[in-house]
Design a protein around this ligand. Structure first.
Ligand code: NAG
Length: 154
């Protein structure tokens, strides 16, 4: 086999690895000073580009935010938005976190997972999006978890 052939084969392998969906630790920022942030966030990415998770249209990518709630609650509301110059809430999102994405009640000081299957619908344009995700205690309107991150629709 010539060296050109070998190179062609490794290029094929590299692109296959990049496209496979893998649970990846993604970089996130806190929403502000003193606003509760996650200990880690992983997402099923089709690869990473400069610290940004690549997502594919028409597919569902699971996000897991691990956090330690500062309060106990059995009524948590989830909210996710595209954080442009105005916040544009994602259409079709389900805000009832306790019924769907978290084992409730959450207990103060106990590590908890928020697991959300994010569906990338076809109306998304192929570009990079800054996102904000928030969990709110519905009884007090207090923010229980908040983080900012980026995704790229590939
Ligand atoms: C949260 O999810 C991660 C990844 O699946 C897992 O390793 C961890 O044990 C989970 N933690 C809790 C508190 O369920």
């Amino acid at each position: 086999m010539g060296s050109v052939d070998k190179r062609a084969i490794s290029l094929v392998l590299i692109s296959w690895v990049t496209l496979a969906t893998t649970s990846t630790l993604i970089p996130v920022r806190e929403c502000g000073k003193g606003v509760p942030a996650p200990t880690s966030v992983t997402m099923e990415c089709d690869g990473m580009s400069h610290g940004t998770c690549l997502l594919e249209k028409g597919k569902t990518h699971r996000l897991i935010a691990e956090f330690t709630p500062g309060v106990s609650s059995s009524r948590l509301q989830s909210y996710v938005a595209w954080k442009s110059w105005v916040e544009m809430p994602l259409p079709g999102q389900n805000s009832n976190a306790c019924q769907n994405y978290i084992d409730c009640p959450v207990n103060q000081g106990t590590q908890t997972n928020f697991t959300y299957p994010l569906e990338i619908q076809n109306f998304w344009m192929r570009r990079r999006y800054p996102m904000i995700w928030k969990l709110t205690n519905q009884d007090t309107e207090e923010t229980v978890l908040c983080f900012v991150f980026r995704i790229q629709i590939a």
